[in-house]
Design a binder for this molecule. Sequence first.
Ligand code: GRF
Length: 196
Amino acid sequence: MVKKIKVAILISGRGSNMKALIDACRDINFPAEIAMVISNKHDALGLNYAQQNNILTAIIDHKKFYSRQQFEEAIDQEITKCGIDIICLAGFMRVLSPWFVEKFQGRLINIHPSLLPEFKGANAVADALNSGAKISGCTTHFVSVDVDSGEIIMQAQVDILSNDDFNSLAQKILVQEHIIYPQTLKKICKKILQQN
Ligand code: GRF
């Protein structure tokens, strides 16, 4: 059997990228297992899918902590308890502090709905549409202290057509996200396994 890298996914909402990662890991030859899903929101939809798939879930509500670092220490504790090797952010809507980012440097991955470095930030799809750009897409990258600025791992491109609106563009990009995020995880896990 293939050796598996243990992955935690951090979500805040819908969790469609989380689902794509969970589904990819069903393949016995995929070099990762999703060992836990952490949400900062108790009503994140993605939690249901994780639980239905017998994945350990934890809700760590940032509002219950006095500081960002205390919130992140609680995440760190769960991750350490579970022996997690890699963290995938999948629609996790909290900016992580330098303390957390540096602690997990090279092991913390995010997906963003634009062709970075174009359209950083929370409104990437709308910004691409409003800019008049003819292409956009999505990017997986290592998380760095500066938001949406870490080393790029993979990208996929989509055309922006004259009849695209926010929903159609977001949907086209999402389809690509669900392809490149599992590919990215596979690539990073294989690399780690080769190094060990
Ligand atoms: C995705 O568009 C992702 O690129 C961005 O947040 C969205 C999360 O969607 N970071 P989902 O929760 O994975 O469905």
